[in-house]
Design a binder for this molecule. Structure first.
Ligand code: FMN
Length: 172
């Protein structure tokens, strides 16, 4: 799939079938993750693709919306603030790094015909506890379901965007 076709077809899918995800697709998505740039190439992240039912249920229980449970996999993006590059002012770049890495994963999933939906609206301490990260510099930054969206969800339901001229300018 052409990359612009991936951009156009991606949107946030919030209902999934239980069709299993092919292992080779997950492997290719891993390559996309590993090719993501990070500040100083420190790669202060880990993406865990959770297929395990017990752990998936625990992760989903930290998010208030029940639809997350319908996905056959949940990807968890963990960032390490201690390792990530810091700006001159001292603040960690981890959220930028994770944003790029996760979007590589999301777009690769889309190219594989799979759906995703960025999720950050969870209580971080609770999610870290579920993932066994409490008391470390590692923390869950974002999660996403992964799977084949339901037919109904395949219809284009993307919310509108601001007019291009408001958000993108070419300055000669
Ligand atoms: C950083 C980030 C966090 C998000 N968190 C959530 C979330 O917690 N729950 C949710 O349903 N959608 C979440 N979204 C999805 C956005 O609502 C969605 O991307 C936006 O409305 C644009 O729609 P589209 O993805 O279908 O193009 C998040 C998206 C981003 C980029």
């Amino acid at each position: 799939m052409d990359i612009y076709e991936v951009f156009r077809s991606r949107y946030s899918y919030r209902a999934y079938t239980d069709r299993p995800i092919p292992a080779d697709a997950l492997k290719r998505m891993g390559e996309a993750v590993s090719l993501a740039p990070t500040a100083c190439n420190l790669q202060p992240f880990e993406i865990l693709v959770v297929l395990n039912d017990t752990l998936r249920t625990k992760i989903a229980s930290v998010y208030s919306r029940g639809w997350l449970q319908s996905a056959p996999a949940i990807a968890v993006a963990i960032g390490d603030r201690g390792v990530a590059w810091k700006r001159a002012e001292g603040d960690s770049i981890i959220d930028v790094d994770i944003g790029i890495v996760m979007q590589h994963f999301v777009l690769a999933a889309q190219a594989e015909g799979l759906g995703t939906c960025w999720i950050c609206a969870f209580e971080r301490a609770a999610m870290d506890a579920v993932m066994g990260l409490t008391g470390t510099e590692r923390s869950v930054v974002a999660i996403t379901p992964v799977g084949y969206p339901t037919e109904e969800m395949r219809a284009d339901k993307r919310p509108g965007r601001k007019p291009l001229e408001e958000i993108y300018r070419i300055i000669d």
